[in-house]
Design a protein around this ligand. Structure first.
Ligand code: AP5
Length: 212
């Protein structure tokens, strides 16, 4: 199974992706997590990406395309993968199409989680993320068992720099201008499935796998 997850910042892509990848034994490829890991250990890629990420802008397309091209050939992806946060622009989607032809692979579906804007802001300002494994929590709706500590690995939970009000508003604007055109891109290819992203996390998960 190969999937693309589209959806605004805070729509729940990472939350649902983790559950899908666990249950179907496929690999979650989150461009945001990979970039943050590079920033954390001060790689050249991390240094290039940091200023864009902190202000809530997109990292330039070619940097992201090169990063994903390196990932897609890895043998551990043989059982399938879920692209969480990629593609985010039309040039990225076109580059992915070319990579898929070279790899002789097809994507099964592009899933969009549909969530109203004010809910997104509330989710992001209340998000806490594990420094070690990147799992995300919501301090009210999806809290860790022990405050400030990741359930999975005991890592410290922190608030991302881009989860403050100003970068959040900017990320939402960028989503509308750069990523929304992908909805039409995948719709025109017959690959798009829109899922209501409101309600309980478990109910949304069930909706993803309910045929309409
Ligand atoms: P990235 O890390 O991908 O951030 P994002 O797209 O903004 O997505 P988020 O991780 O913020 O949200 P999510 O949809 O995964 O929500 P989550 O499940 O955590 O990217 C960060 C930056 O990296 C970008 O701004 C850019 O600079 C760069 N970047 C990354 N990819 C790039 C690309 N392809 N091109 C260029 N630049 C790129 O949920 C959010 C919160 O809500 C959590 O607290 C969660 O617990 C809670 N929650 C989830 N579901 C529910 C629910 N049903 N009800 C209540 N709360 C819920």
């Amino acid at each position: 199974m190969r999937l693309i997850f589209l959806g605004a910042p805070g729509a729940g892509k990472g939350t649902q992706a983790e559950m899908i990848c666990r249950d179907f034994s496929i690999v979650q490829l989150s461009t945001g997590d990979t970039l943050r890991a590079n920033v954390r250990v001060h790689t050249e890629l991390g240094a290039k990406a940091k200023k864009y990420m902190d202000e809530g802008s997109l990292v330039p397309d070619q940097i992201i395309i090169d990063m994903i091209a390196g990932e897609l050939t890895k043998p551990e992806l043989a059982n399938g993968y879920l692209l969480d946060g990629f593609p985010r622009t039309v040039p990225q989607a076109e580059a992915l199409d070319t990579l898929l032809i070279d790899l002789n692979q097809k994507i099964d579906a592009a899933l969009v989680l549909d969530v109203p804007e004010e809910e997104l802001v509330g989710r992001l300002t209340a998000r806490r993320t594990c420094r070690t494994c990147s799992k995300s929590y919501h301090i009210i709706y999806n809290p860790p068992k022990v405050a400030g500590i990741c359930d999975l690995d005991g890592g410290e939970l922190y608030q991302r720099d881009d989860d403050k009000e100003e970068p959040i508003r900017h990320r939402l604007q960028v989503f509308h201008s750069k990523t929304m055109p992908l909805i039409e891109y995948y719709h025109s290819k017959g690959m798009l499935r829109t899922i209501d992203g409101m309600g309980k996390i478990e109910d949304i998960y069930k909706r993803i796998f309910t045929k309409k």
